[in-house]
Design a protein around this ligand. Structure first.
Ligand code: NZQ
Ligand code: ZN
Length: 384
């Protein structure tokens, strides 16, 4: 196991009717800006619950943060925060709202051009305090310090991480997810599946506990995923899926292990170029990436075939790895998700050429062994 350090200051408040608890978590002298997206929280009554909980507090609202939150919109919010001297941001919505809010928090205290946080990895030394009421199980953003931001003008999508943007607390009431459109429920399940895989399916450095945590999340997704689609108001299934999403990207499962975020990095380019949902890009890229990089990922994929899919341990490793790839694709299909670029009306070779060009320009090299070059990325996308 590799050395690691871990600390996460986020308090998780999980369960039925927990939104009202936010009033106990925010100091009364704070000037609060509630941030949200396109209005789902108005329709499903979440905003009303938040406002009831904040009765007597000093707050205003900033709405309109898009899915794949846009730098341009977030900079408008930064202006509001600075001009209004807000000192607490409460993100209410999905991963995009929370990610956007993390960026607003950092950019509001940043000296210089905030785009540098994303493009140059400029250090975030300070941020406005923030917290979340999370309504979509997918990103794990509620318990991590990462955020992914897109820029409309340049069709780019980049991530940043900073300990300064951990939410102070995150409220997760799984009832808020009853109103999710099926497409978003599926996006959340496949995003979680892929997060777990990007931390698990690399090379083995002897982390059996982390591996079992990871595979436990996968088994739970396979059992509970179809259940939430059949019964969208099944509280326990919704709760289990949400906790899978949170634990899928709070980085517990990758402690001391080796990670590979190349499916995400290639997927972000597909979103930036073609506007596909984050979850859609992952189901397209993950199976193709595994086929291309099978030799590197053989041990872990074979172990997963035995532990998760009940395959015979005496089969050759290469066959076992194939079983995991096929079963994963089948699971995505069972959730109603297409796994081929063509099925989204995108020409694979054209997409591959564009991504290769971008990776070459940026000298991007991915993969746990640093061997997913621009040329290998071309092959992965062209075969997706
Ligand atoms: O905008 P509103 O009206 O709120 O509607 C949203 C949006 O249209 C809707 N929605 C959210 N909760 C709902 C709901 N509709 C009904 N009922 C509810 N309870 O769902 C739509 C999608 O929301 P979005 O926040 O975009 O989805 P998600 O949570 O999947 O977030 C995706 C973003 O997170 C980034 C992605 O790249 C993408 O930009 N990621 C962030 C990560 C992180 N911070 O660690 C890691 C991930 O890998 C991912 O990259
Ligand atoms: Zn993701």
């Amino acid at each position: 196991m590799n050395n690691f350090e871990f600390s996460c200051p986020t308090k998780i408040i999980f369960g039925i009717d927990t939104i009202k608890k936010i009033r106990d978590e925010i100091s009364h002298d704070k000037k609060i800006l509630i941030t949200y997206g396109g209005g789902s929280i108005r329709k499903n009554g979440v905003l009303k619950q938040v406002k009831e909980a904040l009765e007597g507090f000093n707050y205003s609202e900033f709405g309109g943060i898009e899915p794949n939150p846009k730098f341009e919109t977030l900079m408008e919010a930064v202006k509001v925060v600075k001009e209004g001297s807000y000192d607490f941001l409460l993100a209410v919505g999905g991963g995009s709202v929370l990610d956007g809010t993390k960026f607003i928090a950092a950019a509001s205290k940043f000296e210089g051009d905030p785009w540098d946080i994303l493009i140059k990895g400029a250090p975030v030394n300070d941020a406005v305090e923030l917290a979340s009421v999370m309504t979509l199980p997918a990103t794990g953003s509620e318990m991590n310090c990462g955020a992914v931001i897109s820029r409309l003008s340049t069709k780019e999508k980049f991530a940043f991480m900073s300990e300064k943007v951990y939410p102070k607390f995150s409220v997760i009431d799984p009832q808020t997810t009853y109103s999710l459109p099926e497409k978003q429920t599926v996006n959340g399940i496949v995003d979680t599946y892929t997060h777990v895989m990007e931390q698990y399916a690399t090379y083995d450095v002897n982390t059996p506990l982390q591996d079992q945590w990871a595979l436990g999340i996968i088994k739970t997704l396979i059992e509970e995923g179809p259940k939430v689609l059949r019964e969208p108001q099944n509280y326990d299934a919704r709760a289990n899926i949400f906790w899978c999403a949170t634990c899928g990207l709070n980085y517990w499962i990758s402690l001391g292990a080796v990670q590979d975020w190349s499916t995400h990095m290639i997927g972000h380019e597909l979103t930036a170029l073609y506007g596909l949902d984050h979850g859609e890009t992952l189901t397209i890229i993950l199976p193709s990436l595994w086929r291309t990089m099978k030799k590197d990922k053989m041990e872990k994929l074979a172990k997963m075939a035995i532990e998760v899919f009940g395959a015979n341990e005496f089969l050759p490793k290469s066959l076992l790895a194939d079983i995991t790839i096929k079963k994963t694709e089948k699971f995505f299909n069972k959730l109603g998700r297409k796994t081929r670029l063509k099925e989204y009306g995108i020409n694979p070779k054209e997409a591959a050429a564009e991504i290769k060009k971008r990776f070459s320009q940026r000298n991007t090299v991915l993969g746990e062994r640093g061997n997913i070059t621009a040329d290998v990325a071309y092959e992965i996308v062209a075969n997706a």
